[in-house]
Design a protein around this ligand. Sequence first.
Ligand code: TMP
Ligand code: ZN
Length: 410
Amino acid sequence: MPRCLVCATAIEPFIDFGRMPIANRFLAPEELADEFFYNLAVARCPGCELVQLVELVAPEQMFHERYAYFSSTSRRMSEHFAGFAAALLAELPPAPAPFVVELGSNDGIMLQHLRSGGARVLGVEPSANVAAVARERGLDTRVAFFDLALAEQLRAEYGPADAVVGANVVCHVAALDELFEGARRLLGPQGVFVFEDPYLPEIIARTAFDQFYEEHVVYFRAESVAGLARRHGLELVELHPQAVHGGSMRYTLAPRGARSASPRVAQTIARERELGLHTAAPYAALGERVGQLAKRLRETLEQLRDEGKRVQGYGATAKSSTMINYAKLTPALIESICDTTPAKQGRLSPGAHIRVVPHEAFVADYPDVALLFAWNHADEIFAKERGFEAAGGRWLTYLPEFRLDPPHMR
Ligand code: TMP
Ligand code: ZN
């Protein structure tokens, strides 16, 4: 019987997607033979309310010297990190220069904003290729997984941190006790641990099941974060909802007793309970809706194929892997996927093996229909692809709503 990562209570699975590939592993043709698969299933812990994957993939399979996701790829995310850095620095005493450690610092996009805002920064990033980009920008970065030993070592070397931060990284970690304990030990007495991740109630409200994939080991909401904080002498003191990644939450934790909790914390937990998120029902209903959505997308694509239409995917996102492989979409239904990330281009999408082509290929030869996989970047993308619509192209979206544009309509 599977048990909770944190509290060891027997967990209750509510969705099983079956065999899935690694979502961020784009393959060269010679790598197809040894593609790695695991079983993607999600469960809720009735003990501590943490929603989590049932089968875990070893971190080394996911975060390595060939990691495909570069945080700087989206203009909107870059602006978002500038805002995150500014909001954090406004909370910290300005002098002496605050010391901020970022977990999962990727290519340094946020470290850069923190440094320009006057902070001393250090990144911790296990994927060597993305960390190398940060280092080229002169941003001090450790290529390592963050654990207790590293936390102690960093504290001894650099002194206590004024802030430990993480964006879309804490939800990637199965060793949560070690991470939270490490963060607390690295922080000074007035320090804050601030992180943001996709917010479970938003995932449920939007049926955004494409957030479920192996990198996202846990799916937080305020109540589960508050519980985790308590286990490690920390307290959840503030919450700030964020629009990115289809609806995220920024959590601020402080050493217990150091700050008083904002009323928003209790209010948010109460609202989560009103939604019944501490019961099985909303999770079972999500499972139902997911099946219907995948079926509808597949049927729509089959119909377009029967009509002889060319369909191209837009944005080879990690989260599209769940939809593509669960709905059993194939190169016969989607001829290719365009993406601006050089590390993904010329490769094949995980599982379904759909070709990833540069954005230029989309523009050079527009398909009849573009299936928007990067739906969280819809505004940015629709704004820059007016030419596609002008040429008679139609968008197909499945989140946050299912929609196939009639010609010339958006
Ligand atoms: P994300 O949803 O995890 O941020 O991933 C977005 C992916 O989509 C990433 O591979 C970059 C790609 N992308 C484009 O190809 N064109 C775009 O305009 C945007 C915003 C993203
Ligand atoms: Zn638990």
